[in-house]
Design a protein around this ligand. Structure first.
Ligand code: ATP
Length: 234
């Protein structure tokens, strides 16, 4: 579904991603594991067209999207739920959700999609008319995820979905990601919570200093000595 080949990217003269190749098949849950500053967010931003690669190519469903604008990549169904949620705090939950239906293909079916999305988030149903600023951190993360779903993504990318949330809420977020995968959406996750993420992923890549140093099934990565020492604290 998605294939990066030899992608380099960075900010100004600084190269962050160096020769990154990875692929995601339809229906998979894939994770990128890496330390702070390894380039995980940069990878997601490059996939969604917010950054242009300086080398290499990106293909989505066989189409070369390397040089497309973010707007066009989103229209193809690649949606990023950014770190820190980036909601509109003074608008209601419902207004924030409707803003998510920006993808052309999603607009005509907006009300039907809203109903489907709310089925997955019963708590938000009760809070549709409440301002986002009045919600708890966990509820705000749910709004951010629900807003991503409003675009009817084919590939949904999560950047640190559990950041700053209490352990109980973290497990709710992971349960929810499982439910989203069950609806047929393909998922790419970047998370500090490496163990939980590998538990729900099919495969993973380890990114160090902007380079992929390891790639394997999630089960094999959990057993890998380097991953255990560097990322699982075992
Ligand atoms: P974290 O988990 O801390 O977010 P990450 O693996 O997602 O880490 P990135 O956010 O991709 O890392 O950052 C990789 C490098 O790029 C870092 O050294 C960071 O300082 C740098 N960087 C990120 N955004 C910018 C920017 N807008 N301009 C310049 N440098 C940037």
């Amino acid at each position: 579904m998605l294939r990066l080949e030899g992608v380099s990217a960075g900010y100004g003269a600084t190269t962050i991603l160096d020769d990154v190749s990875l692929e995601i098949n339809r229906g998979e849950v894939v994770t990128i594991v890496g330390a702070n500053g390894a380039g995980k967010t940069t990878t997601l931003r490059t996939i969604v067209g917010l950054l242009q690669p300086t080398r290499g190519s990106i293909k989505f469903e066989g189409q070369d999207v390397t040089k497309l604008s973010s707007h066009d990549v989103v229209d193809l169904g690649v949606i990023l739920i950014p770190e820190g949620r980036q909601l509109f705090p003074d608008m209601t939950v419902g207004e924030n959700l409707l803003m998510g239906a920006y993808r052309k293909a999603a607009r005509p079916r907006q009300s039907a999609v809203l109903e489907q999305v709310l089925d997955l988030f019963p708590r938000l149903q009760d809070r549709l008319h409440q301002k986002v600023v009045s919600l708890s951190g966990g509820e705000q993360q749910m709004v951010a995820i629900a807003r991503g779903l409003m675009a009817q993504p084919k590939l949904l990318m999560f950047d640190e979905p559990s950041l700053g949330l209490a352990p109980l809420v973290v497990s709710q977020v992971f349960d929810l990601i499982g439910k989203i995968v069950a609806t047929g959406v393909t998922v790419l996750i970047v998370e500090q919570n490496v163990y939980n993420t590998l538990k729900c992923a099919d495969r993973g890549y380890v990114l160090e200093n902007g380079r992929i140093v390891l790639s394997d099934t999630a089960d094999a990565l959990i057993r890998n000595d380097h991953v255990r020492q560097a990322y699982l604290g075992l």
